[in-house]
Design a protein around this ligand. Structure first.
Ligand SMILES: Cc1ncc(COP(=O)(O)O)c(C=O)c1O
Length: 334
């Protein structure tokens, strides 16, 4: 083990930190944390509305996008109803369903992709909420605009479809859905985004959703007052202003993603091209996986063993900076 703190590549955080403007905003306010925040984060909502060219009435802000996922489930799914999503996808959907003793049906992936067509045979009268992570966590794959549009066209508009774009700013594939355009055409589509990933504010817990006014007003009416911390809202507003930070993070990630993918492939690892800030690697068996996990750990790098999410034979590695990725490659080359 190296003597420095291990590098954490297990939670898809931004390895470049956060915007200095967000840090300034926090510094300006941190001595006032004895004060309550605004009852509801209306100023942040206003800025998001401006950015996306929608009304503030279309926006819901929550303590992490996972909080909005929770609110959607609590609001729209009854005990007799069903939630539909994919296996090998973001674990919170089925975990939250489990907390509330709700049925969550998992569709299979195709080539590690969440193909919406695979959901179709599983839709019943009881299906109330569908979650599609795009890019998918942990596989990093995407569905494209045509695939999402065809799916929305083919299902009842009474089913709410949540497209979870927590990693949306990392995308370089132009076929990625223009989900806000689709949202205007299909009011049952809810688009979720997060400040935890490219904005580097995971510790402050801020996520948001863009959706039809009616759905937003129901969710907003159910929100707990003061749920966003005193520092979160200002930090998020500052982070939105710093487009350069986002742009640089996306560019560096794309470069490093190409590097890591090609090196891992050359080394014979089983992996798949990713559009996110992480890469999925699978093994023939758990023993082989554990050996690689331990080797990286010994060299100061913590990756995510997907065993915790019920996937025994695979890991997810957050794309690090150049130096870290070189360390991964040189460790694994040995
Ligand atoms: C697909 C996906 N959605 C949502 C989240 C949660 O984001 P937040 O930190 O905004 O709750 C994650 C976090 O890993 C994620 O992978």
């Amino acid at each position: 083990m190296t003597d420095t703190k291990p590098i954490r590549l297990s939670a898809n955080e931004n390895c470049y930190g956060c915007s200095p403007l967000a840090l300034d905003a926090i510094q300006k306010k941190y001595k006032d944390v004895h004060l309550y925040p605004d009852v509801f984060p209306n100023s942040l909502k206003g800025k998001l509305a401006e950015k996306f060219g929608v009304s503030a009435d279309n926006i819901v802000v929550g303590a992490g996008s996972v909080k909005i996922i929770d609110e959607l489930i609590r609001t729209y799914v009854g005990l007799e109803d069903e939630i539909l999503t994919f296996e090998k996808s973001f674990i919170a959907y089925s975990q939250l369903a489990g907390f509330y003793k709700l049925k969550c049906i998992l569709a299979p992936l195709n080539d590690y992709r969440c193909l919406p067509g695979n959901l179709l045979p599983l839709i019943t009268d009881k299906t109330k909420l569908i979650f599609i992570a795009n890019p998918n966590n942990p596989t990093g794959t995407i569905i494209n605009h045509a695939e999402l549009e065809a799916f929305l066209k083919s299902i009842s508009n009474k089913i709410i479809v949540v497209i979870d774009e927590a990693y949306g700013e990392y995308i370089t594939d132009f076929s990625f859905p223009k989900s806000l355009e689709l949202q205007k055409q299909y009011p049952n589509l809810v688009v979720l985004r997060s400040f935890s990933k490219i904005y580097g504010l995971a510790g402050l817990r801020i996520g948001y959703g863009i959706m039809e006014e009616k759905i937003a007003s129901v969710l907003n009416a159910n929100q707990v007052p003061y749920s966003l911390s005193y520092l979160s809202s200002d930090a998020a507003i500052a982070a939105l202003i710093d487009k350069l930070f986002v742009c640089n993070s996306a560019r560096a990630n794309a470069e490093q993603r190409d590097y890591l993918y090609s090196e891992l492939t050359n080394l014979g690892f089983k992996t798949i091209p990713t559009q996110a800030n992480f890469i999925y690697v699978w093994f023939d068996n758990d023993v082989e996986k554990q050996r690689i996990y331990d080797l990286l750990l010994k060299n100061g790098i913590v990756i995510c063993d997907l065993k915790v999410f019920g996937q025994e034979k695979s890991v997810r590695i957050t794309i690090g900076d150049k130096e870290t990725n070189q360390r991964i490659v040189s460790t694994l080359s040995k």
